[in-house]
Unconditional design. Structure first.
Length: 293
């Protein structure tokens, strides 16, 4: 979390450009939600993602990234992240994460990126209560973290809560609350974390999903963060498959990931990859997003 890399701060105009990219990612999510069903292959869902990007006149920031072969990561059940779409046929009860991204171009060729993920259950009915708790807790952790960042951006926090530590502290607290409330053990991935985003998909700073003692950067307007808690229904240990991409839980437990691209703006945050800018997600916290005019 202590980084010597420069954090790219965006101007209001640049945040607006990133909102355009974020809305493309939101369109990809909407198209995938409509298309996912028992019997569909993950390759067919990649085609849905590619079509949504093309219709928006945008570009995939996944396809070709270090030779990644698709426009979306589709991670099923014990696959945590970076699942490569292929001939796998989805079945009712599968827990599937779609990690999606796109970028738009400025007139001068500058890229502006968006990145977001969601987890869903194929067929609409969880195969177990464990899957339900895992998915719900991961989504809760995401919005707890976004709300913590919003309070910091609004000047309503101090100490650790005013720094990037707020994200990891919020995720870890959400997992602890679920353990007490539901009597479950959930693992927090440590090998894969969130990140800054802007003119590239992955930028400084690393956005950890767990608490550390070291002080992170102070949260301030102009930062844009991809906040993405990744949880498992077992331990946090993972392995990478021979394809060089797909990451699976070592103990075979199921996993979930939720992510949004979040801009820190004067007075709060604007959730760039949420169609409503974060209205619904922030409402339970008594907060509102701060879209730029």
């Amino acid at each position: 979390m202590l980084t010597r890399e420069r954090i790219e701060l965006k101007t209001p105009d640049q945040v607006r450009r990133m909102r355009r990219a974020g809305l493309v990612v939101a369109d990809i999510h909407a198209a995938l939600r409509e298309a996912v069903r028992p019997g569909v292959t993950t390759a067919e869902l990649d085609a849905v993602s590619a079509d949504a990007i093309a219709r928006a006149g945008a570009h995939s920031n996944f396809l070709g990234y270090y030779d990644y072969p698709a426009t979306v990561c589709v991670s099923v059940n014990d696959e945590v992240v970076h699942g490569i779409p292929g001939e796998r046929v989805l079945e009712a009860g599968d827990l599937v994460t779609f990690d999606c991204g796109a970028y738009i171009l400025d007139d001068d060729g500058t890229q502006w990126h968006g990145d977001a993920a969601f987890t869903t259950v194929v067929g609409g009915h969880y195969g177990s209560d464990s899957d339900r708790v895992l998915d719900a807790t991961t989504r809760q952790a995401l919005w707890d973290a976004i709300a913590a960042v919003a309070r910091a951006a609004a000047g309503q926090a101090d100490g650790r809560a005013a720094r990037l530590n707020a994200v990891g502290d919020a995720v870890q607290a959400a997992v602890a609350d679920a353990a007490e409330r539901e009597g479950v053990h959930l693992g927090i991935l440590q090998d894969y974390v969130g990140h800054g985003i802007g003119t590239a998909m992955h930028m400084a700073p690393d956005v950890l999903n767990y608490s550390v003692k070291r002080k992170g950067p102070r949260l301030r307007p102009g930062m844009v963060l991809a906040i993405e808690p990744m949880l498992t229904a077992g331990g946090p240990e993972v392995d990478e498959l021979d394809d060089g991409w797909t990451v699976v839980t070592r103990d075979g437990s199921r996993a979930a990931q939720w992510e949004h691209t979040v801009a820190l703006v004067p007075g709060g945050v604007w959730v760039l990859t949420a169609p409503d800018g974060g209205v619904e997600g922030l409402a339970p916290y008594g907060l509102e997003p701060k879209p730029l005019a």
